[in-house]
Design a binder for this molecule. Structure first.
Ligand code: TYD
Ligand code: MG
Length: 459
């Protein structure tokens, strides 16, 4: 017999047959929500009346991308907006999603296109005031404050825009459903209706999605599967970073950097300033050279360790995977000789950024060891390297690109895997840098002990 009830985690999208207080997928509490089981054959089965034909017959159809001349957005999109594509723009509240989307809309208008912008988040007045501050064609965007997907699509059919913007998917409700806005079912149904419209009409559609505490897009994982492109907007005080985590029409990981200014988001061209400028040398602070797309970005990692009275000490991360941290703590304990099993451990990527590049392992290890040993890592020193379970530091991709960025950012010393020590002539980008090769986590800790100053006031 088919189960009629199912539950979906609003954070990670894991499905279960029984309700549980804690999601078995991501350990989030109270995140499971009941959804209707899909009809036999799948919920998205639709007959669109096409017959098979050779792939070559469709060559050249509908592939003209619409270019968005705004910083590196075109590159993030893989060369512009693809007709009929549906793009999810995710990010924390206040990061600038609505501003970015309105600026994208403005660029489409000023290049001769038309845009329908529907918002369930803000009133017409609020959006008008924002549009008037932004340069470009933002003020000429067709706007409607609307939460009903039916009404939005009706307006879209009438006005036939070159771009449809929906802010946000969590406030949009599908008319058939009875669940509350923002619930898993509603988000999925609304996104499905928008997706069908985008595909049928060929209208590129951008939807804004909120993110959860863990940094994922709120709502079921299926939302990410339903769209063609997932862009994440993140960052802190000044520099914001836009990147693709999924792209059916281009490579992922490409990024664009912006700075929030009085007249909206301005493109930034010097990625090394993303997080390390203004850094104060202190125990627990280390610089990582991570790669996103084609561009290396320098990020500051901070760690703090403190004795815990709890039987299970806390581990908190911001901008870094808790699972990866657990692995690095085990490596540091068993292979590096720095046990932290009795300590509370906090790791923070400065500037609101999120690290997914394993080459940042060495910097996280260095930050942890520096915090625990109360040593200040030398200023002008950065760390590169991925860690394996045996404690070995492994080579990383595009090392020369990372070294080039480090040299440009004024870094003088780089600690990197011995595995990267090549017999060939040192490349130009290595010329201005002093390279310190370490083979293992233990060597890394040893390097810190002999090169990092004890903190003043420390033991
Ligand atoms: P917003 O786009 O509303 O963020 P989100 O949609 O992701 O929640 O804007 C975020 C912040 O940017 C807001 O606090 C105001 C600020 N801002 C500026 O500093 N300059 C500007 O020109 C605009 C439009 C916004
Ligand atoms: Mg907004």
């Amino acid at each position: 017999m088919r189960a009629t009830r199912r539950f979906v985690c609003g954070d990670c999208g894991r499905e279960t047959l029984r309700w549980e207080g804690r999601c078995p997928g991501c350990d989030a509490w109270n995140s499971l929500e009941e959804v209707a089981a899909p009809p036999p054959g799948g919920r998205f089965r639709r007959h669109n009346g096409v017959s098979p034909r050779p792939l070559s017959a469709g060559a050249g159809e509908d592939t003209s991308r619409r270019s968005i001349v705004l910083g590196d957005i075109d590159r993030v999109l893989g060369g512009g907006l693809v007709p009929g594509s549906i793009v999810l723009l995710g990010g924390a509240p206040g990061v600038g999603k609505s501003t970015l989307l309105l600026q994208i809309a403005g660029r489409v208008v000023s290049s001769g296109g038309s845009v329908l912008y529907a918002s369930g988040e803000e009133s017409e007045d609020q959006v008008r005031r924002r549009a008037l501050r932004l340069a470009g064609g933002a003020a000429e965007v067709l706007f409607m404050a609307e939460t009903s997907v039916g009404a939005i699509l009706e307006a879209a059919r009438t006005s036939a825009p070159d771009l449809l913007c929906v802010d946000s998917i969590q406030t949009t409700v599908s008319d058939g459903g009875s669940s509350a806005p923002g619930s898993v079912t509603q988000v999925r149904d609304a996104a499905d209706e928008l997706r069908v419209f985008a595909k049928e009409s060929g209208t590129p559609t951008v939807i804004v999605g909120h993110v959860t505490k863990g940094g994922g897009i709120a709502g079921p994982r299926t939302l990410e599967h339903m769209v063609d492109v997932v862009m994440q907007f993140e960052g802190g005080e000044t520099t914001r970073l836009l990147r693709t985590t999924k792209n059916r029409f281009g490579r992922v990981g490409e990024l664009a950097l912006f700075r929030m200014a009085g007249g909206g988001l301005e493109p930034v061209t010097d990625p090394e300033s993303a997080s390390v400028r203004g850094r104060v040398a202190a125990p627990g602070s280390a610089v990582a050279a991570t790669i996103e797309g084609a561009r290396p970005v320098l990020l500051e990692v901070q760690a703090l360790t403190t004795r815990s009275a709890q039987s299970v000490p806390r581990r908190m991360t911001t901008g870094f995977s808790p699972r990866r941290l657990a692995m690095l703590l085990a490596v540091l304990d068993r292979r590096g000789g720095v046990p932290l099993d009795r300590s509370e451990v906090f790791v923070n990527v400065v500037g609101g950024f999120r690290i997914t590049d394993p080459a940042a392992d060495a910097a996280v290890l260095a930050a942890l060891a520096s915090a625990e040993l109360d040593r200040v890592l030398p200023t002008g020193c950065a760390f590169v390297g991925e860690t394996g379970l045996s404690g070995e530091l492994r080579g990383v991709r595009n090392l020369d690109g990372r070294l080039r960025e480090l040299a440009r950012a004024g870094v003088s010393d780089v600690v990197l895997p011995a595995a990267s020590e090549g017999p060939e002539d040192p490349a130009d980008e290595r010329a201005d840098l002093t390279l310190h090769f370490v083979a293992t986590a233990r060597d890394l800790v040893g390097w810190i002990l002999s090169n990092a100053e004890p903190a003043t006031g420390g033991e």
